[in-house]
Design a protein around this ligand. Sequence first.
Ligand SMILES: [Zn+2]
Length: 379
Amino acid sequence: MEYKILAREGKAKRAEMKTVHGTIQTPVFMNVGTVAAIKGAVSTDDLRQIGTQVQLSNTYHLHVRPGDKLIKEFGGLHRFMNWDRPILTDSGGFQVFSLSSLRKIKEEGVYFSSHIDGRKIFMGPEESMQIQSNLGSTIAMAFDECPSSVASREYVQASVDRTTRWLKRCKEEMQRLNSLPDTVNREQLLFGINQGAVYDDIRIAHADTISELDLDGYAVGGLAVGETHEEMYRILDHVVPHLPLEKPTYLMGVGTPANILEAVDRGVDFFDCVYPSRNGRHGHVYTNHGKLNLFNAKYELDARPIEEGCQCPACRSYSRAYIRHLLKAKEMLGMRLCVLHNLYFYNTMMKEIRDAIEEHRYAEYKERKLSGMAAGETK
Ligand SMILES: [Zn+2]
């Protein structure tokens, strides 16, 4: 892995990261394909067309169905879904803590019941690394606990200490798996995750500790789970300077276009979020003049594309009126076109961000983009 900073403006970083599955240009938005597919009938061919660089897949979901051993037998996730560019897999931790019932956290890991069939499952750092190794993703995430934003200080401190011990076990297990001859991707990379809820001092101490482990990248986790945007920005202001500058910085599960613009300004260069696909499936589409709700009656006879000048497959061929009709008729194509437009909007915004940092006009770009989006229709 080689990560090289190409330009900086303030804390904002424009970088590139070389991996066995190709080079990632950052800042980057990773498109979320929960079960090895973007919801909304979007194929990997579509993703290539709309400029997707990295796909994110969920370890927990793929472990439960179809099973990571099956995917390994097939030759790994890249071959399974016909995607040759980078893939990042999450650790499964977030789903274990948010979806499953009857969970019990122990030093060795977490005991819980599958959300599909109630089957008892155990997942700890070694199991998470084994599953992600079977999937053969480009980047694996460390197994961590994401404590609730309202958890007590004592709970958060104990949880973060355990997450650090788990991280060391993840690193050891990945080194072992990467050395085995039948491993799908023997150059799999590992990102560690900073936690600490809304406690700045716990987060800073944790960032310092994990930075010493010399991982391939560092994520800030446990944000966008109920705290305000201002709290999130304050935490980034405090934490990012304590993570290695010469490694990628990933803000997990964030967020709106405005959140991304603010986080880039604070030195973050990897993002993922379900908003563009989830909003698209509900007919909510992003434009440079704010978000539109295509169910609104005023688009009934609107012959314009979602956004004038947009080069996405929806805007090149179809009107707002037609897409609105498809959505109202519950035709799959309506959702698909909205999801494609939204992902294209995010991917294109990241390209604009990269160009702006390179040309040292990011501050001006950010203000223009934010005020344009805020001026328009929001709901
Ligand atoms: Zn479009």
